[in-house]
Design a protein around this ligand. Structure first.
Ligand code: GTP
Ligand code: IMP
Ligand code: MG
Length: 332
C-alpha cells in the first residue's frame, strides 16, 4: 500500500494530525516527506505534547517506521537535526535522499531581500533554494558533512517497502502552477509532484487522501474569497496562527467549492480527510463514530461528497491524534 496525503486548500488543513493517525493505525514501514521544504509547519498533538514539525513527517509517532525525506525537498540541516533530537534523537530512524537540495543561510537571506514582499513568504529560504536547483548551482545534501550519517537512497528504500505513507506539504491553492499565482509557493504541490519528490511514479500510488479543513484559511498575501474580519473569526473560534511564522491566518467560513473540485481533479483524490468539524459545528468534539455526529455535521459531510464527488473517509473531531472517525472499512 502506498498512500499520499496532500493539502486541498492553502496548507494548514491539519495534514500533520491525519498523517500521525495513519502512521499509528496503518503501521507503514516508511513514512516519507515530499513537498517544498521547511516553509511547511505541521503540528501534531500526541500524548499531551505538541510537536511543531517543519522537515520531518508527523508520522514519527509510530516508533517502528523509518522517517525519510525525498530528493525533491529542500533541506535545512539545522532544522532537520533539531527535529531528529525532538523525536528522540535516534539517527537510525531518519534519512534524507542524497539527491536532495541543501538549503543554506544564504538562501534564507535572499528570501528576505529577493522574494516580493506582497507574497508574504515564510522567509525560510525555500524559494531561493528551489531557484538555485533549477539554475543547477545549488549544492546537494551529499556535500553537507553534518548530514552524512543520514544520507540514503529513498528511491530504493521506498520501492522495497510494502506499506508506505507519503506526507505532502502546503496545499493545492499554493501550487506554483495551479494556485493563485504569483501568490504561491515555489513548486507544484499536487500529488504527482509529491510522488516524484520521493521517487514514486504515477502508477505506484494506491490512494491519494486530500485533506480539507471544514472552513478555509490562508496565511500570506493573495486573493481569498469570502474573507471575514479577525474579530468575526475569533468569535467563531476559527482564528488560527501560523505554525512557522506565528502570523494570524486569514479566515473564510466557507469551503471554496470550485477550487476544491479542481484540487480533487488534479490530485486524483480518491479520499477526503475532513478536519476540524468540531470547530465548525460544536457538539462534535472527540466523536469517534459517524452515527454520533450531529445532523448538521453529517449533512455537511454529505454535501462535500456530493459536490466534490470523492468519499469523506476520515473526519477530525479534535486536536489529538486519536480524535478521528475512520470510515474507510465501511465505505471503501
Ligand atoms: P498542516 O500544515 O496541514 O499539517 O496543518 P497544520 O499542522 O499547520 O495545521 P494547524 O496548525 O492549523 O493545525 C494544527 C493543530 O490543529 C494541531 O494542534 C492539531 O492537533 C489540530 N487539529 C488537527 N485536526 C483537528 C481537528 O479535526 N479538530 C481540532 N479541534 N483540531 C485539529
Ligand atoms: P514561501 O514558500 O515560504 O516563499 O511562501 C510563499 C507563500 O506560501 C506565502 O503566502 C506563504 O504564507 C505560503 N506558504 C508556504 N508554505 C506554507 C505552509 O506550509 N502553510 C501555509 N502557507 C504556506
Ligand atoms: Mg501547516
Amino acid at each position: 500500500m502506498r498512500n499520499i496525503i496532500v493539502g486541498g486548500q492553502y496548507g494548514d488543513e491539519g495534514k500533520g494530525k491525519i498523517v500521525s493517525y495513519l502512521a499509528l493505525n496503518d503501521n507503514p514501514e516508511i513514512i516519507a516527506r515530499g513537498g517544498v521544504g521547511p516553509n511547511a509547519g505541521h503540528e501534531v498533538n500526541y500524548k499531551g505534547k505538541r510537536y511543531p514539525m517543519r522537515m520531518l513527517s508527523c508520522g514519527f509517532v509510530n516508533k517502528n517506521a523509518r522517517i525519510l525525506i525525498g530528493a525533491g525537498v529542500v533541506v535545512n540541516p539545522e532544522v532537520f537535526l533539531k527535529e531528529v533530537e525532538l523525536i528522540g534523537g535516534n539517527p537510525k530512524r531518519c534519512g534524507v535522499d542524497f539527491r536532495a537540495t541543501w538549503l543554506t543561510r544564504e538562501h534564507i537571506e535572499r528570501d528576505s531581500s529577493q522574494t516580493p514582499g506582497i507574497i508574504g513568504s515564510t522567509k525560510t529560504g525555500c524559494g531561493p533554494a528551489v531557484m538555485d536547483r533549477a539554475g543547477r548551482i545549488a549544492k546537494t545534501v551529499a556535500e553537507c558533512p553534518e548530514l552524512k550519517p543520514y544520507l540514503t537512497d529513498v528511491v530504493k528504500e521506498i520501492h522495497q517497502a510494502k506499506n508506505v505513507l507519503i506526507e505532502g506539504s502546503q496545499g493545492f491553492m499554493l501550487s506554483v502552477l495551479y494556485g493563485t499565482y504569483p501568490f504561491v509557493t515555489s513548486k507544484d504541490v499536487s500529488a504527482s509532484t509529491i510522488a516524484a519528490d520521493v521517487g514514486l511514479g504515477p502508477k505506484d500510488v494506491d490512494e491519494v487522501i486530500m485533506v480539507v479543513k471544514a472552513y478555509t484559511t490562508r496565511v500570506g498575501g493573495g486573493p481569498f474569497k469570502n474573507e471575514v474580519k479577525t474579530e468575526e473569526a475569533q468569535k467563531a473560534g476559527m482564528q488560527e496562527y501560523g505554525t512557522v511564522t506565528g502570523r494570524p491566518r486569514r479566515t473564510s467560513f466557507e469551503l471554496h467549492w470550485d477550487d476544491l473540485k479542481l484540487a480533487a481533479l488534479i490530485n486524483s483524490a480518491t479520499q477526503i480527510a475532513l478536519t476540524k468539524i468540531d470547530v465548525k459545528f460544536p457538539g462534535n468534539a472527540k466523536v469517534r463514530k459517524y452515527e454520533e455526529l450531529t445532523g448538521e455535521a453529517k449533512r455537511f459531510v454529505e454535501e462535500i461528497e456530493k459536490r466534490i464527488g470523492v468519499p469523506v473517509t476520515l473526519i477530525g473531531t479534535g486536536p489529538d491524534t486519536e480524535d478521528i472517525i475512520d470510515r474507510r472499512e465501511k465505505i471503501l
